[in-house]
Design a protein around this ligand. Sequence first.
Ligand SMILES: Cc1ncc(COP(=O)(O)O)c(C=O)c1O
Length: 377
Amino acid sequence: MVKLNLPIMQKAMNRRQWLATTALSTTALAAWPKRTWAADKPASGKVIKLDQNENPYGISKQVEQAIVSAASQSNRYPMRELGALRDLIAAREQVAKECVLLGGGCTEVFSLVGLAYGTAGKQVLVAEPTYSGFNAYVERLGGKLIRVPVDDRWQTDLDAMAARAAGTDLVYLCNPNNPTGTITGGEKLKQFCTAQARERMVLVDEAYFELVEDSRRVSTVELVRQNANVIVVRTFSKIFGLAGLRVGYAIAKPEIIAELRRWQTNFCAVNRLGIVAAHAAYLDTEHIVRTRQRIAAARTQLYPVLEKLGHKVIRDSQANFIAFEAKGGSPQLIERLQKDHQIAVRPFEFFDRKWVRISMGTDDEMAALITALEAIG
Ligand SMILES: Cc1ncc(COP(=O)(O)O)c(C=O)c1O
């Protein structure tokens, strides 16, 4: 019998060969999106990663300590800790603990919402452009997206969405919106969601909520407290700096959470290190406030630079990224940033035009970015 030394074999193969030996066909490989993410690059430590809207400042010492001290209990299922995190969130949001469901990032919660409310034959009302994570999943499930363009200030057009809502089963709103960064707030948002929730499910993605300056922040959790058919999703991947640990949650009334849980096959969906890190990060107000201030300062610094260089900028982002249409062509700028300056940013296409989205980095990263942008011109 031939003895296989699998780890060594895998090491000797390149990524393409290895994938070819697995279930993926060459057609599937060809269909893979050509992403320019830094994660695809060698871990040289040189790439400046401004492509995935993470917290560039990382985690605080408290969070690191929480992770380190929990590591030795990795042999135990973390149900008790998961319950403690759920209770902490419920208390801060002033909802019952039955109103909170934790998952592997917002992305897992999206899949639960998709399975419960967005499957084949269902219609889902969304803004264009908006975050693609939920939308892409609905399409894969056979649901149909009804896309409504954002208004001329790049804000989600609630009136136009209301006008298209008849016959749809679910509305997805991303607030602040990705990739525009704009927010839709105040009474108008609450009125829209309240009215829509009488007819269909409303899903509000508040992944960037904590980055919004406090005076402009309006959460639809208030509508959950009023028993509306609204599901709010939040994440620990952005301001809390835990993208690598995959923790997110939904807030909705207990009947809806019970329905989502029915689709969640993992009985304890978040791992121990993720849970304890999220718990510590949630309590670390200083780190959150400082991150919000630094990100706001980075936006303020970058806007005039982009405008001076003649790029067409989407103003008024309240999140940790800025989108713009580059003067000499967005793909060209993206390529030069990547090849000549080792800066990874994200390409987008909407309204038949090509755009660049840049995540805010640390002070040093912003300085390097600005030098690179000015050099490219
Ligand atoms: C608007 C929005 N929602 C959700 C996510 C995904 O969040 P998570 O990391 O919790 O899966 C992202 C990630 O970029 C996002 O931009």
